[in-house]
Design a protein around this ligand. Sequence first.
Ligand SMILES: *[C@@H]1O[C@H](CO)[C@@H](O)[C@H](O)[C@H]1NC(C)=O
Ligand SMILES: *[C@@H]1O[C@H](CO)[C@@H](O)[C@H](O)[C@H]1NC(C)=O
Length: 313
Amino acid sequence: MAVFKSMQVLVITLVSCCVRGCAAGRPLSDTNAFTPFQYSKFQKNFFVAWSESNVAAVDGGHTLQLSLNRKSGTAVSSTNKYLYGYFRASIKLVSGNSAGTVTAFYLSSQGHNHDEVDFEFLGNVTGEPYVLQTNIYANGIGNREQRIFLWFDPRLKFHTYSVIWNHKSVSMYVDNVLVRVFQNNEVHGQPYLTKQPMGVYSSIFDASQWATRGGLVKIDFVNAPFLAHYTNFTLDACAIDETFAILHTETPCATPTSTNWWNAEWFRSVPASRLGQMHWVYKNFLIYDYCTDRERYPIVPFECTAPLLAYEN
Ligand SMILES: *[C@@H]1O[C@H](CO)[C@@H](O)[C@H](O)[C@H]1NC(C)=O
Ligand SMILES: *[C@@H]1O[C@H](CO)[C@@H](O)[C@H](O)[C@H]1NC(C)=O
């Protein structure tokens, strides 16, 4: 009986996954409908995960506003989880004194041993620069912080932040400039983000303890509410049922032969032009890199010295 019950659960899970289209490996067909952004469409694929009253649609529904006040920050979450794809948002960061605040756009599988890809924007006092911190978790292990200044003031207008994630690499872009790559080194025994579908999240919260000048400058609620604006969310990605992903190591939307555009060679490897961009960013804007922090990592983490898979052609 117990066996029969669990079989039934399995069958139902697989069927519901197929109904949602992921078993066929098709990306969600309605995702590109996010540009131009309409809050009503956004609500079909996202929900408020923390504090409804701090989320608003402004600019005639073309902009999502997340706010942080004395009472609370807020977070929105995608309804689906995804295994590989393209994830993008245009964000305008908190203007004025945003010290102590963090605005985030990230992917996460949540829970124990989770995978995660983070854009975290660390606020600052008026006139001082925002910092972009990126981090990548594979199988619960993170601590891969990199911090850069941006080559523009991210409070003045919308800029686009995106992630392309496939079975070979995670690439992170700022306005189409590559700022970070994390490649699959599973053949060398290193964990990579291959098995756990991730949700898409955006949030704003009080991080006075660590965000600005390492926690020296705290949030000043006299300036509240702190407002972060988002538009043009794009999820061109493979929505997949978590149980299905666990049961099938070779999920249809994840296989290297899949026709999904984000699996193309150009996005699996790092073409010289994009590598050049990344080096330009590191040379001019890098503040902190865990790869060179010998106090934290007496032994250089594997991915820091592993040769990047270069684009062949
Ligand atoms: C959002 O997308 C629309 C339609 O593609 C475009 O016209 C607009 O400039 C975009 N907004 C931002 C801030 O990128
Ligand atoms: C804030 O400004 C200070 C002074 O320019 C700078 O050292 C710091 O990196 C900036 N950003 C953060 C998040 O602390």
